[in-house]
Design a protein around this ligand. Structure first.
Ligand code: FES
Length: 283
């Protein structure tokens, strides 16, 4: 059994790590990447070693050690997307932008990266542009996608772009639907759970649109807080998901109507999510 002091030390370590992540996020949003001199300054001003800082900076996909272009394009080449034509999509984007994966266009407009899984394997090949998901992408659609990035996405995109596929979910324990048609986010009925963090406990509604991170919470949840979510019907905790691939926090699983499981990260502000629509692989 874990000793109380061990648990306390672990909590302290997590807290330090959370602060480091927040600092790196600030630097990343200021420069668009993590310049070496800034990381050295963080090491000099905190008790984190440069090795630790680089460990965190290279572990999380959200951070980059190289300057990125204005628009970030991620093409999934994970197994499921690979067999559904991901490499042809990557090649077409490379051809149109005149750069290879991992490179940025000379005008600093686009950075192209290839990733191993974006968590929507059943909908591959998947491309994400500036956080907007495009599923079942065809080579003939690449130009339109790049044009959309240049024009800029607005709030309406969530109702028109190809990532929109609302999910109906239920509790894995009591099988009761978690949908609440009385409230709407992103134009669709919300997913309603109860949430607990610190000594707060209250209602949390989430967008049912896969890929959207829009939420409405009874209590303000501080960024980076890892929360617990519960079924509002049987009150069981929604647990059992894999650790988040982006930040390592526990994922919260829910059953998708029609088959499959969706998982969302329990850390406030993290966009980690995975979808397995029955039988398709989730990395
Ligand atoms: S393999 Fe592409 S989303 Fe999972």
């Amino acid at each position: 059994m874990e000793k109380v002091e061990d648990v306390g030390k672990q909590a302290e370590t997590n807290n330090h790590k959370g602060k480091l992540i927040a600092t790196l996020e600030e630097i990343q949003s200021k420069y668009g990447y993590l310049p070496e001199q800034e990381l050295r300054a963080v090491a000099a001003e905190t008790e984190h070693s440069l090795v630790d800082i680089y460990g965190v900076a290279t572990f999380y996909r959200a951070f980059s050690l190289k300057p990125r272009g204005k628009h970030l394009i991620s093409v999934c080449l994970g197994t499921a997307c690979h067999v559904r034509g991901g490499p042809a999509i990557a090649k077409e984007i490379e051809k149109q932008l005149g750069i290879a994966g991992g490179e940025t266009t000379p005008d600093n407009e686009y950075t192209l990266e290839t990733v191993n899984c974006l968590g929507a394997c059943a909908l591959g090949p998947v491309v994400v542009v500036d956080g907007h998901y495009f599923s079942n992408v065809k080579t003939s659609e690449v130009k339109g996608i790049l044009d959309k990035a240049t024009e800029g996405f607005d709030k309406l995109e969530v109702e028109t772009d190809q990532r929109v596929f609302p999910l109906e979910v239920s509790c894995a324990r009591c099988n009761h639907s978690l949908m609440d048609a009385r409230h709407v986010i992103d134009g669709h009925p919300v997913v309603r759970v109860t949430v607990s963090f610190g000594n707060k406990h209250g209602r949390l509604t989430l967008s049912s649109v896969y890929g959207s991170d829009a939420v409405d919470s009874e209590h303000d949840i501080p960024r980076d807080t890892v929360v617990q979510m519960f079924c509002p019907h049987c009150h069981a905790e929604l647990i059992g998901g894999a650790p988040c691939g982006d930040c390592g926090a526990p994922m919260v699983p829910m059953i998708v109507r029609g088959g499959g499981v969706v998982q969302i990260c329990s850390r406030s502000g993290c966009k980690g999510h995975l979808l397995d629509l029955g039988g398709s692989t989730i990395d």
